[in-house]
Design a protein around this ligand. Structure first.
Ligand code: RFL
Ligand code: PHB
Length: 403
């Protein structure tokens, strides 16, 4: 092992939203951290991913000083449209449950976090390789890595937090006899498209269609984001621009009830496999897991980023108490408390996915349409969807309440 040359209170693996927000919240309470990231700063700052922030995510970002650009450039949405051929219904979350959501891309959240941490002088090592965790069962864990100049380095810490996403090494360090993996795979993927064109809708449209699901989302007044359900194994180059616009026009209902889809230059195509995954527990010894390192949801419920933020909102005060006061109570409850929200969002994401994606079975199709009619015509059905989509306040999924 490399000789220890770095020392910190919390070693954070991964500079995605979970890792960067954790370092930000810890610093606000006087706890030091070092962040290790395998990619470059410019790569991390430009990745295209999620687009919807729950009310509680927005509230947290505002409270910790990261809400300024979000409020200037983000767009508050009262709800979403749900549709199937010839019918489009608006669910107004504000009327239903008094909460809204914000359209502000994960790319922008990530840039704000990088700017804030850089301004505060946060130690972040980008372009690292060979990240390896050591002695996590003891009170003196360490992380070794090779730095950007090829030098072997080692950071000694009180705590190690794995914020290293679905492919990182941290989750594997929970031994097989302790850990349990919960998995669900889906027989389809999402084809993601970014286009330089003003959105053809004021709020997101989730569309059920016999050809497959489609989603019309957006990033700004001039940039639209779309997704199409495609078979697993589809490659981004398999679909020409013309084929994409044709499929979107059909599935989103171009020409129905006077609605038109405006097309424009496509600037990015990607394919996103769908998966539900939870690893329990989210803590082992001095190692804590947060965000995609512990759980993956299919994107239909727009929960991935919001769950990562909710984990970190619970974890930061727990680590502050542990490191500063040797008070282990919140840290000991972290995994159980976080998992209540994780399973709620896992269920909601699975449910939205199952309701909206084309199935081979005609019986399923009738169940989906019946479900869609119910959530768009019953106040109780609509409120249930709204409450989950806009997100429960973080405190309401703690262990003292129903979760
Ligand atoms: P992230 O964002 O994946 O960050 C993890 C970071 O860890 C780094 N890393 C390592 N660093 C050091 N050493 C190692 N050995 C490392 N291994 C990995 C990675 O480079 C990375 O920077 O996880 P985090 O912070 O938990 O945040 C979670 C969210 O990013 C995620 O839930 C969402 O983006 C999921 N997701 C989407 N969610 C939605 O709700 N809507 C979407 O449209 C949507 N699109 C997406 C997505 C996730 C994607 N990935 C992960 C494949 C599109 C993609 C392509
Ligand atoms: C997005 O804009 O990327 C987005 C929006 C809503 C979703 C998933 C992705 O459910």
């Amino acid at each position: 092992m490399a000789a220890a040359d770095l020392r910190t209170q919390v070693a954070i693996i991964g500079a995605g939203p979970a890792g960067m927000l954790l370092s930000h919240l810890l610093a606000a309470d006087g706890v030091e951290s070092i962040v290790l990231e395998t990619r470059s700063q410019s790569y991390v700052a430009s990745r295209i991913r999620a687009g919807i922030l729950e009310q509680s995510t927005v509230d947290l970002l505002r409270e910790c000083g990261l809400g300024e650009r979000l409020h200037r450039e983000g767009d508050e949405h009262r709800g979403i449209y749900l549709q199937w051929p010839d019918e489009r219904h608006h669910l107004d979350f504000v009327d239903l449950i008094g909460r809204s959501v914000w359209v502000y891309g994960q790319t922008e959240v990530q840039k704000d976090l990088i700017d804030a941490r850089n301004a505060a002088g946060q130690e972040i090592h980008y372009d690292v390789t060979d990240t390896s965790l050591h002695d996590i069962e003891t009170n003196s864990p360490a992380v070794t890595f090779t730095d950007v100049d090829g030098r072997p380095r080692r950071v000694d810490a009180d705590i190690v937090v794995g914020c290293d996403g679905s492919f990182g090494p941290s989750r594997e360090r929970v031994p097989p006899h302790v850990r349990r993996d919960w998995n669900r795979v889906y027989p389809y993927s999402w084809f993601g498209v970014l286009a330089d064109i003003a959105p053809s809708t004021d709020e997101l449209i989730y569309a059920w269609h016999g050809d497959g699901f489609a989603l019309h989302s957006m990033r700004s007044a001039t940039v639209s984001r779309f997704y199409l359900q495609v078979p697993n194994g589809t490659a981004p180059d398999d679909w020409s621009d013309d084929r994409i616009w044709e499929a979107l026009a059909t599935r989103l209902g171009h020409g129905q009830n006077g609605w038109e889809l405006t097309t424009g230059p496509i600037t990015d195509k990607s394919v996103l496999p769908m998966r539900s995954f939870v690893q329990t527990p989210m803590r082992y010894g001095r190692l804590f897991l947060a965000g995609d390192a512990a759980h993956i949801v299919p994107p239909t419920g727009a929960k991935g980023l919001n769950l990562a933020v909710a984990d970190v909102a619970l974890l930061a005060p727990a680590l502050v108490d542990l490191v500063r006061k040797d008070d282990h109570r919140l840290a000991n409850g972290y995994s159980d408390t976080a998992l209540r929200r994780v399973w709620r969002c896992t269920h909601f994401s699975w449910w939205m996915t199952a309701m909206l994606h084309r199935s081979e079975d005609p019986f399923d199709e009738q169940l989906q349409l019946s479900q869609l009619r119910w959530v768009t015509s019953s106040a109780a059905g609509a409120a249930g969807l709204a409450e989950n989509y806009a997100g429960l306040p973080i405190g309401l999924t703690r262990s003292s309440s129903a979760g």
